[in-house]
Write a protein that binds this ligand. Structure first.
Ligand code: FAD
Ligand code: MG
Ligand code: MG
Ligand code: MG
Ligand code: MG
Length: 545
């Protein structure tokens, strides 16, 4: 890197100053990072540029390994084991951390307003913080779709506290249902567990709860076991609808066999302290049932601070905060966003087609020769991921084959054939899912950009990168999908890996154990989780609350 990044001695705060290439002493750029989750933690772990003064703001002084959160609800894994304190990383990297929540972003003055964690209490402190560059990785919040009573009566499964509360509630329910002098109806109500949302989290939680009921409760609370019931509610036609159909079918059958009451095409319309009301979508009929505990897991929504920020920068009409492919927030300067809180606003090839063509056409001949064509193809695939997906779908090895089908053996390509060949690629555009996989890859990508920022900053990127020109330019973010898992309980997991590879059963459960053990961010958490698993195999789950 240029710039050197030497530290200077005689300043009262030497860590905040740096030397430039010509020996001038300047203030370091202040990078403020919001959030210590998948996106933020990954960004911070890979960030390695001594020219930045890094300040992290998050209400949570730890990173949470969310994929194992459902296992905390029944005590398979302890909450402590999937939490990595952030202070360790801060010390190692020389970053600073403030335990607070950002409550307002003021993009025009490059300032944020923060509030200490004890938010509502009278001891809460509010303070401003300046930034030169802001990295927003605040994640999302559970989405209730404004369904009445959910906020007050249902449990969410998003944070470590949520999982612990659920665990405590489940165990308390069994203790309460075991009290003398209860009617059968009362016991049934207390032990009716309702899960709302048939996505991966809702399904995994139902499976974990079911395992707990058959493997542990049967032994510990044999008298009340017959009164337990799990209901899984889903508004759509099927559960796990983002997975392969084979996985959905297997999961639905397994749940039916297990006695989980699976109700698809049912929408929750309200939750009171004692009853949950659902509407059958086909008939419009509303049914209310008594319950003991409701866990709400129907997807995510925008945090209020981001919503307000979007209004400020002219994104008020959008559903999610939009960035470009370099993760820069559209409509303001020096703000980046990643993870669940943002979406990449992917460009359409067809919108840029004339510009792509004329940039590629170096001699301005109105046609592209073979060499020009090859170069442009490489660049299109870089910037527009839909091109590769389209080729894959059409089973074509590369875009040259695609063009051959449009242009025959002619070696010169004119704009019309070029357009025609690419006319359908935009149909393959899709938003990236809100997953840890995406957030952590984005964090790593952004850190790598920041690590070579000095080289890149001087060379603004065009819509395309051309060989020889701007070698140090940032490449746009590209996501690599490594597959997804859906644990289904009873030591069985469904796995969907790249290349349409689907595997369901006990062998994938072992794959799941090993993948998640390897993804844990430190050897400390890894050894804790593995020993939790071993303990559970040998002694069963801990059932004290
Ligand atoms: P988060 O990880 O949620 O981090 C947000 C951070 O911002 C937190 O530290 C939070 O405290 C902080 N924050 C919040 N508000 C503010 C504020 N105002 N100011 C400053 N900081 C703030 N994904 C997978 O790929 N595989 C899985 O198996 C998987 N399983 C999951 C299981 C569960 C139960 C859940 C809830 C999620 C699961 N996910 C999984 C999804 C994954 O956890 C998210 O996609 C991922 O956490 C998104 O990362 P993020 O950095 O955007 O947000
Ligand atoms: Mg984060
Ligand atoms: Mg997280
Ligand atoms: Mg989140
Ligand atoms: Mg996102």
């Amino acid at each position: 890197c240029s710039g050197g990044g030497l530290l200077v001695y005689s300043d009262s705060n030497p860590l905040k100053r740096t030397l430039t290439a010509d020996g001038q002493e300047t203030k370091k750029k202040k990078v403020v990072v919001l959030g210590s989750g998948w996106g933020g933690y990954s960004f911070l772990s890979y960030l390695n540029n001594p020219n930045y003064d890094v300040q992290v703001v998050s209400p949570r002084n730890f990173f949470l390994f969310t994929p194992l959160l459902p296992s905390v609800t029944n005590g398979t894994v302890e909450a402590r084991s999937i939490v990595e304190p952030i202070r360790g990383l801060m010390r190692k990297k020389g970053f600073e951390y403030t335990e607070a929540e950002c409550v307002k972003i003021d993009a025009s003055n490059k300032k944020i307003l923060c509030r200490s964690k004890d938010g509502a209490s009278k001891d809460a402190k509010e303070f401003d913080m300046d930034y030169d560059i802001l990295v927003v990785a605040v994640g999302a919040k559970p989405n209730t779709f404004n369904t009445p009573g959910v906020e007050e009566n249902a449990h969410f499964l998003k944070e470590a506290e949520d999982a612990l509360k659920i665990r405590q509630t489940v165990i308390n329910s069994f203790e309460r249902a075991s009290l003398p002098d209860l009617t059968e109806e009362e016991r049934k109500k207390i032990l009716h567990f309702v899960v709302v949302g048939g996505g991966p989290t809702g399904v995994e939680f139902s499976a974990e709860l079911h395992d707990f009921l058959v493997e542990d409760v049967a032994k510990i609370y044999p008298k009340v076991q017959e009164f337990t019931r799990i209901t899984l509610l889903e508004a759509g036609d099927h559960i796990l609808n983002m997975f392969d159909k084979r996985i959905t079918a297997f999961a639905e059958e397994k749940f039916q066999r297990d006695g989980i009451d699976l109700k698809t095409k049912n929408m929750v319309v309200g939750v009171t302290a004692d009853e949950i009301s659902t509407k059958e979508i086909a008939t419009g009929r509303i049914v209310s049932e008594p319950y003991g505990m409701v866990v709400w897991s129907t997807g995510i929504g925008i945090r209020p601070v981001i919503k307000e920020f979007m209004h400020q920068i002219g994104q008020g009409q959008r559903r999610v905060l939009a960035t470009d492919e370099w993760l820069r927030v559209e409509g303001c300067d020096s703000v980046y966003a990643l993870g669940d809180t943002a979406t990449i606003n992917q460009r359409r090839v067809m919108e840029d087609i004339a510009a792509i063509f004329s940039k590629a056409d170096k001699g301005e001949t109105g046609t592209l020769n073979k060499k020009e064509f090859k170069t442009v193809v490489k660049d299109i695939c870089q910037r527009y991921p839909q091109v590769e997906l389209y080729l894959k779908k059409k089973k074509l090895r590369n875009i040259a084959n695609l063009l051959k089908s449009a242009n025959g053996d002619d070696t010169e390509v004119n704009i019309e054939t070029f357009k025609q060949a690419l006319s359908e690629v935009d149909t393959q555009m899709k938003n990236l899912p809100a997953t840890a996989q995406v957030a952590s890859q984005q964090g790593k990508y952004l850190a790598k950009c920041f690590n070579k920022m000095e080289k890149c900053e001087k060379k603004p990127e065009g819509p395309l990168r051309f060989r020889g020109e701007g070698r140090h330019r940032f490449q746009p973010f590209r996501y690599r999908h490594f597959g997804s898992f859906a644990p289904l309980g009873g030591e069985q997991t469904a796995a969907e890996l790249p290349g349409d590879w689907v595997s369901i059963g006990h062998s994938s459960q072992w794959l799941w154990y090993s993948v998640y053990a390897s993804k844990l961010v430190s050897w400390r958490t890894r050894s804790l989780v593995v020993s939790d698993w071993v303990r559970r195999f040998i002694f069963g789950r801990d059932s004290s609350s």
